[in-house]
Design a protein around this ligand. Structure first.
Ligand code: UDP
Length: 587
């Protein structure tokens, strides 16, 4: 039984793989025009050829055939509207006509069973009506999602494969005709995703509408025909992302409609909203398809649990949906994206009550060059999660940070917390990297640097390394960080006399920040910055985390692994996460 059911899908997979290899070869030769024509032709022809061939030859052949004929009507009329540059809504009569063709051929919901009812209720004349509305809705929803064609194609692919999976789990729920078509649509949709970008706009919209129509029909042919209430939810689940996308954007448009929203500003779906917020096409597509895959897995789970009571399934579904929505929200906030930061205004944000500047590397260095050109002293703080957490309890540190001339985000935790709170923080500007860049800036402006802190000898070694790395760098002096009060007064006078442009202070947080603040005016150094354990790393006494760990924001894990005494500091991480979520909920 199973092998004959699987055979057509295996053939489709093989043909699809052939198609994908051929298209990749063409694209490599940069014959995009050819790829566009081929892909668009195949988009329509494939399900037709396979559907007709396998559909007619099986028991439910006729409805499958009529569904596909309805699809042809839909495709032709939508293409016509597109070439005439009419809005998608004008294709609605065409969609209804296509749906009527399908219903005439036997595609339709005939009866339903509501939860806690024992018998099916015949729908009578309402059945065809509901079917037409459902088919037209599916087609329109997919059409409104055609802006990023990868999404309707991917959703159709995942939904098709899910229905195919359902047919294997519960063969009596899905007839063989619908099963074949589901398999074809699944394979075809996913194969076409990488080529979606090359399809022309016209093909895209008509193609998406047709795919939505066929998918809607498929769910009617399969799971919905004689359906229980929860089973009726399955098609809604598998195409839940496009439906949510259109519905949410519609509500947003309504909410803003009274105000300044022009037609051009109206968004048809969430994808377009996200693109305007700076997310990339790839990010939006991956998120939408991951969401669909999650919902498809849920649908399969519900079918698998078919014997379990309705209430348990409904509760499970509700919990999974809430979890899915919350996860998508968090992921969206955490994804990196270019932010529209007001350059002219104050470039600082308040993160859990601590000021952090929204500067990236470029802006931070430009700011430092400006400081170097001025006579009065400036203080720079590099702030990581543990600094932000300390500042929650240490009022003096918080005040110092809030008054500093520049506070950079020196930690993945700070950047992620800011993203989660939707605060415009550009990128991580780490203290350790900043030392080298500040030396370059000082050398450019013919100013010297002074290195204070670390074990005896470390600052000297670090200075020697920096001089090798930065040609023309002048080191005005170095001093270790273990001095008493008497020596301190002398040291401050010595630094002030040396007159460096930049003073690096490596005494650890929060001592270095408090020390700088205390002596800032007396020192008179244009740029004073606390750099923690940077000298240990620059001198080579301690190893820095591998680059991949730095990129993934895992430097803290490496440091803790190398120096286990830092373990208690990790308590800052869950606390910053908790405080960030609390702040998020308050908004
Ligand atoms: N240090 C110092 N004098 C002190 C305490 C610490 O010079 O009284 C130095 C220490 O040798 C080390 C740096 O300050 O080089 C602190 O490094 P750590 O990695 O602990 O810095 P943080 O994690 O606070 O950035």
């Amino acid at each position: 039984m199973i092998p004959t059911r699987i055979a057509p899908v295996v053939i489709a997979v093989l043909l699809a793989a052939l198609f994908a290899v051929a298209e990749r070869a063409r694209l490599r030769q940069d014959k995009r025009e050819a790829a566009r024509l081929d892909a668009s032709g195949l988009l329509v022809l494939w399900p037709l050829i396979f559907g007709v061939f396998f559909g007619i030859s099986c028991a439910e052949g006729l409805p499958v055939f009529f569904l596909l004929m309805g699809g042809v009507v839909v495709w032709l009329l939508t293409t016509l509207c597109d070439f005439l540059n009419w809005r998608l809504l004008t294709a609605l009569p065409g969609l209804i006509l296509g749906a009527v063709v399908a219903v005439q051929g036997g595609v339709g919901i005939s009866s339903v069973k509501l939860p806690f009812m024992t018998d099916f209720v015949a729908l009578g004349w309402a059945g065809p009506l509901v079917t037409v509305v459902w088919l037209a809705t599916c087609a329109m929803v997919f059409g409104w999602n055609a802006g990023l064609l990868e999404i309707p194609l991917g959703v159709a692919g995942l939904a098709g494969l899910t229905m195919y999976g359902i047919s294997l789990l519960q063969p009596e729920m899905v007839g063989p005709g619908a099963q074949y078509l589901a398999g074809m649509l699944g394979v075809l949709g996913l194969v076409l995703v990488p080529f979606a970008r090359y399809l022309s706009r016209h093909t895209a919209r008509a193609g998406a509408v047709t795919v939505g129509f066929v998918l809607g029909g498929l769910s009617v042919l399969g799971a919905l025909k004689h359906t229980a209430f929860l089973v009726a939810l399955l098609p809604l689940l598998v195409i839940g992302v496009p439906i949510f996308s259109v519905g949410y954007a519609y509500i947003q448009n309504l909410r803003h409609g009274g105000r300044s929203l022009t037609m051009g500003e109206r968004r048809q779906n969430v994808d377009m909203l996200l693109l305007t917020q700076g997310y990339t096409r790839r990010q939006v597509v991956v998120l939408a398809l991951a969401g669909t895959a999650y919902l498809c897995a849920l649908a399969l789970l519900l079918v698998w649990l078919i014997e379990v009571s309705f209430l348990v399934k409904a509760l499970l579904l509700a919990a999974a949906l809430v979890l899915g929505l919350a996860t998508s929200y968090v992921i969206l906030r955490l994804l990196p994206r270019p932010l529209r930061v007001e350059r002219s205004g104050d470039r600082a944000i308040s993160l859990l009550g601590v000021r952090v500047h929204t500067v990236g590397w470029e802006a931070a260095l430009a700011q430092v060059e400006e400081f170097l050109g001025e006579d009065h002293p400036h203080m720079i703080v590099t702030s990581d999660s543990s600094t932000v957490m300390r500042a929650q309890e240490d009022q003096e540190l918080r005040e110092i940070m809030n008054q500093a001339d520049l506070v950079t985000a020196d930690g993945a935790g700070v950047v992620l917390a800011a993203r989660l709170l939707n605060l415009p923080l550009e990128e991580r500007v780490s203290g350790c990297d900043l030392v080298g860049r500040l030396c370059e800036a000082a050398a450019r402006q013919h100013r010297s640097v002074y290195l204070l802190g670390g074990e005896p000898g470390v600052a000297q070694e670090a200075a020697a390394v920096l001089q090798r790395q930065v040609p023309g760098l002048c080191v005005a002096g170095t001093h270790h960080g273990y001095f008493n009060l008497e020596e301190e007064a002398l040291l401050v006078r010595e630094i002030a006399a040396a007159g460096p442009g930049v003073l690096f202070v490596a005494l650890g947080i929060p001592r270095q920040e408090k020390w700088i603040k205390q002596h800032l005016e007396e020192l008179g150094t244009p740029v004073c910055i606390g750099v923690g354990g940077s000298f240990d790393v620059i001198s080579g006494r301690k190893k820095r985390a591998p680059v991949w760990m730095q990129r993934c924001g895992l430097e803290w894990a490496y440091r803790t692994w190398k120096e286990p005494w830092r373990l208690p500091r990790l308590a800052a991480l869950p606390r910053i996460v908790w405080l960030t979520f609390r702040e998020l909920l308050r908004r």
